[in-house]
Design a protein. Structure first.
Length: 89
């Protein structure tokens, strides 16, 4: 990747990552609420919820975040390649 493409891609990649994190949070809230729970997942230090529920929420949240982040990063890289005709990697 040329130095110009690197300079351009860095801030674009950062913005895409932030967008991916926000999107992952929204998706997780929807998944968690559709599973019949509150809108927010239990915090690990909230002892009013069972350990099982906290760990299940963490596993689902991690999975959703990983999938959404990979999808958003992949779409961003493909979009950059389409515009700059260079791979961002």
């Amino acid at each position: 990747m040329s130095s110009t493409a690197t300079v351009v891609y860095k801030p674009v990649s950062l913005a895409i990552s932030v967008l991916g994190g926000v999107l992952a949070g929204l998706v997780f809230r929807q998944v968690w609420s559709r599973l019949g729970h509150d809108e927010t997942a239990p915090a690990p230090k909230d002892l009013s919820h069972s350990t099982r529920e906290v760990l299940i929420a963490a596993a689902i949240q991690g999975s959703v975040f990983g999938i959404v982040k990979a999808g958003v990063d992949r779409a961003g890289a493909r979009g950059f390649r389409a515009l700059a005709h260079e791979d961002p990697a």
